[in-house]
Design a protein around this ligand. Structure first.
Ligand SMILES: C[S@@+](CC[C@H](N)C(=O)[O-])C[C@H]1O[C@@H](n2cnc3c(N)ncnc32)[C@H](O)[C@@H]1O
Length: 224
């Protein structure tokens, strides 16, 4: 599986197929992450979220991980254009068997990344990233999703079937359908703090948080 072949085309394809929608989803909760100092962007692709993060989080340092060298090259180029003064480390890695040994991250970011994995791999990827996250880390994530019922679900099924077929052909993606990451995140102690749906429930942007403070805040939201 490799996104190398797709990397040069990823940006213009996104512009034609979705305009600015995906970037709005990626950055929806970014304003809630002020104060983050060590940020891990996993499966970052061509660096659009990184460019937004270096502007929104001027005091943070960043580690950008991706399996695709071509995607990392695009992300590096976009970061240079954004001109942030921060420290950014670019690292090629397969997140399915990645282990982090340095200082923990207080913010993890995954966009359109967890939906690349079949159920058999998703739990391991989330566990590997969680092991690199601080006890009270936050996790920003955007993914495709399947609405509960009705015409929105039927529509999303068609869109996702086409999308997965395309990515399986273009990249050799192992996943053939979406697997919600919620259970895997909860198993690692994360609590959902915010969720916003877009495009009739086809996309969702989440803010998850770990630690006692997160549990208390969620309890307050649910009882309100
Ligand atoms: C669908 S793209 C999403 C890119 C970007 N995050 C975005 O918002 O558009 C998935 C990205 O995850 C990377 N990726 C897929 N499987 C991976 C793995 N096992 N380890 C690390 N990166 C992986 C791909 O190279 C690609 O850049």
């Amino acid at each position: 599986m490799s996104f190398d072949r797709l990397a040069p085309h990823y940006r213009w394809m996104e512009a034609i197929l979705a305009g600015g929608l995906l970037q709005r989803c990626r950055t929806h909760w970014l304003g809630e992450t002020r104060g983050a100092r060590r940020v891990l962007l996993a499966g970052e692709g061509n660096g659009r979220m990184l460019a937004a993060c270096v502007t929104a989080l001027p005091d943070a340092e960043f580690v950008v991980l991706d399996q695709s060298e071509a995607m990392l090259a695009q992300a590096r180029r976009r970061w240079l254009q954004a001109g942030g003064p921060q420290s950014v480390t670019f690292q090629q890695a397969d997140l399915r068997d990645w282990q982090h040994s340095g200082e923990k991250f207080d913010l993890v970011v995954t966009n359109f990344f967890l939906d690349c994995f079949p159920p058999t791999e998703l739990g391991q990827v989330v566990a590997n990233l969680s092991a690199a996250a601080a006890p009270s880390a936050r996790w920003l994530l955007t993914d495709f999703t399947l609405p509960e019922s009705g015409w929105r679900r039927v529509r999303a099924r068609w869109v996702l079937a086409l999308a997965y077929q395309f990515f399986r052909l273009a990249t050799g993606l192992a996943a053939g359908r979406i697997t919600a990451p919620d259970e895997a995140l909860r198993a690692q102690g994360f609590v959902l703090r915010e969720r916003q749906h877009f495009n009739h429930g086809l996309l969702q942007s989440d803010l998850w948080e770990r630690g006692m403070e997160a549990a208390t805040r969620r309890a307050t939201v649910e009882s309100a």
